[in-house]
Design a protein around this ligand. Structure first.
Ligand code: FPP
Length: 239
Protein backbone atom coordinates (compact mmCIF):
# COMPACT_ATOMS: atom_id res chain seq x y z
CA UNK A 1 0.00 0.00 0.00
CA UNK A 2 2.93 2.26 0.83
CA UNK A 3 4.00 2.19 -2.86
CA UNK A 4 0.56 3.37 -3.98
CA UNK A 5 0.96 6.71 -2.23
CA UNK A 6 1.91 9.55 -4.63
CA UNK A 7 4.91 11.18 -3.00
CA UNK A 8 4.32 14.41 -4.92
CA UNK A 9 0.75 14.76 -3.70
CA UNK A 10 1.18 14.24 0.02
CA UNK A 11 -0.88 16.25 2.48
CA UNK A 12 1.51 18.68 4.10
CA UNK A 13 -0.24 18.70 7.47
CA UNK A 14 -2.32 15.81 8.85
CA UNK A 15 -4.33 16.17 12.07
CA UNK A 16 -5.46 13.12 14.00
CA UNK A 17 -8.03 12.65 16.76
CA UNK A 18 -6.98 9.53 18.66
CA UNK A 19 -10.38 8.32 19.72
CA UNK A 20 -11.82 5.05 20.97
CA UNK A 21 -9.33 3.94 23.62
CA UNK A 22 -12.01 3.61 26.29
CA UNK A 23 -14.39 1.60 24.11
CA UNK A 24 -11.55 -0.64 22.95
CA UNK A 25 -10.72 -1.45 26.57
CA UNK A 26 -14.36 -2.00 27.53
CA UNK A 27 -14.88 -4.42 24.62
CA UNK A 28 -12.12 -6.57 26.09
CA UNK A 29 -13.18 -6.19 29.70
CA UNK A 30 -10.03 -4.17 30.48
CA UNK A 31 -9.63 -0.91 32.42
CA UNK A 32 -9.82 2.30 30.35
CA UNK A 33 -6.18 3.02 31.18
CA UNK A 34 -5.14 -0.13 29.30
CA UNK A 35 -6.93 1.36 26.30
CA UNK A 36 -4.93 4.57 26.57
CA UNK A 37 -1.70 2.56 26.83
CA UNK A 38 -2.62 0.65 23.70
CA UNK A 39 -3.44 4.00 22.10
CA UNK A 40 0.08 5.14 22.85
CA UNK A 41 1.47 2.13 20.96
CA UNK A 42 -0.65 3.12 17.97
CA UNK A 43 0.63 6.67 18.24
CA UNK A 44 4.24 5.41 18.12
CA UNK A 45 3.52 3.31 15.04
CA UNK A 46 1.67 6.07 13.16
CA UNK A 47 4.39 8.64 13.92
CA UNK A 48 6.89 6.19 12.37
CA UNK A 49 4.71 5.74 9.30
CA UNK A 50 4.10 9.48 8.85
CA UNK A 51 7.83 10.07 9.05
CA UNK A 52 8.63 7.32 6.54
CA UNK A 53 6.08 8.80 4.15
CA UNK A 54 7.75 12.19 4.40
CA UNK A 55 4.87 14.22 5.85
CA UNK A 56 5.86 17.70 7.04
CA UNK A 57 3.53 18.10 10.05
CA UNK A 58 1.38 15.69 12.03
CA UNK A 59 -0.79 17.02 14.84
CA UNK A 60 -2.21 14.64 17.43
CA UNK A 61 -5.06 15.55 19.76
CA UNK A 62 -3.77 14.17 23.05
CA UNK A 63 -5.81 16.02 25.69
CA UNK A 64 -8.62 18.52 25.26
CA UNK A 65 -9.71 21.30 27.60
CA UNK A 66 -12.89 19.23 28.04
CA UNK A 67 -11.00 16.08 29.10
CA UNK A 68 -10.64 17.55 32.64
CA UNK A 69 -14.26 16.46 33.15
CA UNK A 70 -13.13 12.82 33.33
CA UNK A 71 -12.59 11.08 36.68
CA UNK A 72 -9.48 12.30 38.46
CA UNK A 73 -7.76 8.93 38.17
CA UNK A 74 -8.12 8.94 34.38
CA UNK A 75 -7.03 12.57 34.08
CA UNK A 76 -3.89 11.83 36.11
CA UNK A 77 -3.17 8.79 33.96
CA UNK A 78 -3.62 10.73 30.71
CA UNK A 79 -1.43 13.52 32.01
CA UNK A 80 1.39 11.16 32.75
CA UNK A 81 1.33 9.64 29.25
CA UNK A 82 3.27 12.41 27.48
CA UNK A 83 6.10 11.97 29.98
CA UNK A 84 6.04 8.21 29.55
CA UNK A 85 5.90 8.55 25.77
CA UNK A 86 8.85 10.95 25.74
CA UNK A 87 10.89 8.80 28.10
CA UNK A 88 10.42 5.92 25.73
CA UNK A 89 10.61 7.70 22.38
CA UNK A 90 12.58 10.94 22.68
CA UNK A 91 15.92 9.39 21.71
CA UNK A 92 14.33 7.82 18.62
CA UNK A 93 12.61 11.09 17.66
CA UNK A 94 15.92 12.93 17.96
CA UNK A 95 17.59 10.25 15.84
CA UNK A 96 14.92 10.73 13.17
CA UNK A 97 15.48 14.50 13.16
CA UNK A 98 11.87 15.10 14.29
CA UNK A 99 10.85 18.44 15.80
CA UNK A 100 8.42 18.22 18.71
CA UNK A 101 5.97 21.06 19.23
CA UNK A 102 3.07 21.42 21.63
CA UNK A 103 -0.02 23.60 21.48
CA UNK A 104 -2.58 24.35 24.15
CA UNK A 105 -2.72 25.92 27.57
CA UNK A 106 0.60 24.62 28.84
CA UNK A 107 0.33 26.57 32.10
CA UNK A 108 -2.44 24.19 33.10
CA UNK A 109 -0.29 21.05 32.87
CA UNK A 110 1.05 19.29 35.97
CA UNK A 111 4.68 20.11 36.78
CA UNK A 112 6.25 16.82 35.72
CA UNK A 113 4.38 16.79 32.39
CA UNK A 114 5.46 20.33 31.74
CA UNK A 115 9.11 19.55 32.54
CA UNK A 116 9.13 16.51 30.23
CA UNK A 117 7.51 18.50 27.42
CA UNK A 118 9.90 21.45 27.78
CA UNK A 119 12.87 19.08 27.69
CA UNK A 120 11.58 17.52 24.46
CA UNK A 121 10.96 20.94 22.86
CA UNK A 122 14.46 22.01 23.75
CA UNK A 123 16.09 18.76 22.62
CA UNK A 124 14.45 18.78 19.18
CA UNK A 125 14.11 22.46 18.34
CA UNK A 126 17.08 22.55 15.96
CA UNK A 127 15.98 19.42 14.12
CA UNK A 128 14.97 19.78 10.51
CA UNK A 129 12.66 16.83 9.90
CA UNK A 130 8.96 16.21 10.41
CA UNK A 131 7.09 18.35 12.94
CA UNK A 132 5.32 16.22 15.53
CA UNK A 133 2.79 18.52 17.12
CA UNK A 134 0.76 17.57 20.21
CA UNK A 135 -2.46 19.30 21.22
CA UNK A 136 -2.28 19.17 25.01
CA UNK A 137 -4.88 20.88 27.16
CA UNK A 138 -6.12 22.24 23.86
CA UNK A 139 -9.51 23.66 22.88
CA UNK A 140 -10.29 25.30 19.54
CA UNK A 141 -12.62 27.96 20.94
CA UNK A 142 -10.25 28.85 23.74
CA UNK A 143 -7.42 29.11 21.20
CA UNK A 144 -9.48 31.58 19.14
CA UNK A 145 -10.47 33.59 22.22
CA UNK A 146 -6.87 33.72 23.33
CA UNK A 147 -5.84 34.99 19.88
CA UNK A 148 -8.61 37.63 19.94
CA UNK A 149 -7.36 38.91 23.30
CA UNK A 150 -3.78 39.13 22.07
CA UNK A 151 -4.84 40.85 18.85
CA UNK A 152 -6.91 43.32 20.84
CA UNK A 153 -4.00 44.00 23.19
CA UNK A 154 -1.69 44.63 20.24
CA UNK A 155 -4.24 47.01 18.71
CA UNK A 156 -4.56 49.00 21.94
CA UNK A 157 -0.79 49.04 22.38
CA UNK A 158 -0.47 50.45 18.87
CA UNK A 159 1.59 47.44 17.69
CA UNK A 160 -1.10 46.35 15.24
CA UNK A 161 -3.33 48.48 13.06
CA UNK A 162 -6.95 47.27 12.95
CA UNK A 163 -6.91 47.70 9.16
CA UNK A 164 -4.13 45.13 8.94
CA UNK A 165 -5.97 42.29 10.69
CA UNK A 166 -6.28 39.91 7.76
CA UNK A 167 -7.03 36.17 8.01
CA UNK A 168 -3.33 35.55 7.63
CA UNK A 169 -2.40 37.93 10.43
CA UNK A 170 -5.09 36.50 12.70
CA UNK A 171 -3.83 32.95 11.98
CA UNK A 172 -0.40 33.96 13.16
CA UNK A 173 -1.87 34.64 16.63
CA UNK A 174 -3.15 31.07 16.92
CA UNK A 175 -1.14 28.27 18.56
CA UNK A 176 -0.44 26.89 15.09
CA UNK A 177 1.38 30.16 14.23
CA UNK A 178 3.40 29.52 11.12
CA UNK A 179 1.98 26.07 10.31
CA UNK A 180 -0.13 25.55 7.20
CA UNK A 181 -3.74 24.55 7.93
CA UNK A 182 -4.29 20.79 8.11
CA UNK A 183 -4.99 19.27 4.70
CA UNK A 184 -6.47 16.15 6.20
CA UNK A 185 -8.21 15.28 9.47
CA UNK A 186 -8.35 11.63 10.48
CA UNK A 187 -10.83 10.56 13.13
CA UNK A 188 -11.30 6.88 13.87
CA UNK A 189 -13.81 5.28 16.27
CA UNK A 190 -17.02 6.11 14.41
CA UNK A 191 -17.66 9.58 15.87
CA UNK A 192 -18.55 12.08 13.15
CA UNK A 193 -17.53 15.38 14.72
CA UNK A 194 -14.48 17.57 15.18
CA UNK A 195 -14.79 18.08 18.94
CA UNK A 196 -13.38 21.58 19.33
CA UNK A 197 -10.22 20.69 17.40
CA UNK A 198 -8.51 23.29 15.18
CA UNK A 199 -11.78 25.10 14.50
CA UNK A 200 -10.32 28.05 12.60
CA UNK A 201 -7.67 25.99 10.81
CA UNK A 202 -10.05 23.32 9.49
CA UNK A 203 -12.10 25.61 7.23
CA UNK A 204 -11.05 23.63 4.12
CA UNK A 205 -9.58 20.48 5.65
CA UNK A 206 -10.57 17.17 4.07
CA UNK A 207 -12.25 14.99 6.68
CA UNK A 208 -11.71 11.24 6.89
CA UNK A 209 -13.66 9.13 9.36
CA UNK A 210 -13.76 5.40 9.98
CA UNK A 211 -15.05 3.17 12.73
CA UNK A 212 -11.79 1.47 13.82
CA UNK A 213 -11.00 2.19 17.47
CA UNK A 214 -7.66 4.00 17.87
CA UNK A 215 -5.79 1.08 19.51
CA UNK A 216 -6.73 -1.04 16.46
CA UNK A 217 -5.77 1.68 13.99
CA UNK A 218 -2.87 0.40 11.89
CA UNK A 219 -0.56 1.77 9.21
CA UNK A 220 -2.88 0.33 6.56
CA UNK A 221 -5.72 2.56 7.83
CA UNK A 222 -3.44 5.58 7.84
CA UNK A 223 -2.35 4.85 4.28
CA UNK A 224 -5.96 4.29 3.28
CA UNK A 225 -6.78 7.79 4.56
CA UNK A 226 -3.83 9.29 2.67
CA UNK A 227 -4.80 7.49 -0.55
CA UNK A 228 -8.40 8.61 -0.15
CA UNK A 229 -7.17 12.18 0.30
CA UNK A 230 -5.07 11.90 -2.84
CA UNK A 231 -8.15 10.98 -4.84
CA UNK A 232 -10.14 13.98 -3.72
CA UNK A 233 -10.53 17.16 -5.66
CA UNK A 234 -9.94 20.20 -3.47
CA UNK A 235 -11.61 23.32 -4.76
CA UNK A 236 -11.38 25.67 -1.76
CA UNK A 237 -14.69 27.20 -2.77
CA UNK A 238 -13.68 27.60 -6.41
CA UNK A 239 -14.84 25.47 -9.35
C1 FPP B 1 -9.78 9.51 23.41
O1 FPP B 1 -10.28 8.20 23.63
C2 FPP B 1 -8.37 9.54 23.73
C3 FPP B 1 -7.80 10.38 24.62
C4 FPP B 1 -8.55 11.38 25.40
C5 FPP B 1 -6.36 10.31 24.91
C6 FPP B 1 -5.47 10.05 23.76
C7 FPP B 1 -4.12 9.77 24.25
C8 FPP B 1 -3.35 8.76 23.83
C9 FPP B 1 -3.69 7.84 22.73
C10 FPP B 1 -2.07 8.52 24.51
C11 FPP B 1 -0.87 9.10 23.93
C12 FPP B 1 -0.69 10.55 24.19
C13 FPP B 1 0.53 11.12 24.27
C14 FPP B 1 0.69 12.59 24.23
C15 FPP B 1 1.75 10.36 24.39
P1 FPP B 1 -11.49 8.03 24.64
O2 FPP B 1 -10.95 7.79 25.99
O3 FPP B 1 -12.40 9.22 24.52
O4 FPP B 1 -12.19 6.76 24.10
P2 FPP B 1 -13.74 6.43 24.19
O5 FPP B 1 -14.47 7.51 23.41
O6 FPP B 1 -13.85 5.10 23.55
O7 FPP B 1 -14.10 6.43 25.64
Amino acid sequence: MFELVHKNKLPEHVAIIMDGNGRWAREQGLPRMTGHKAGMDTLIDIVGCANELGLKIVTFYAFSTENWKRPLQEVSFLMQLPEEYLQKELHRLIEKNIVITVMGDLEGLPGNTSVAVKKALQATRNNKGMILNFALNYGGRSEILNAVKRVSRDVSDGVLDEEHITEEVFSSYLYTGGFPDPDLLIRPSGELRISNFLLWQMAYTELWFNSILWPDFKREHFLEAILDYQNRERRFGGI
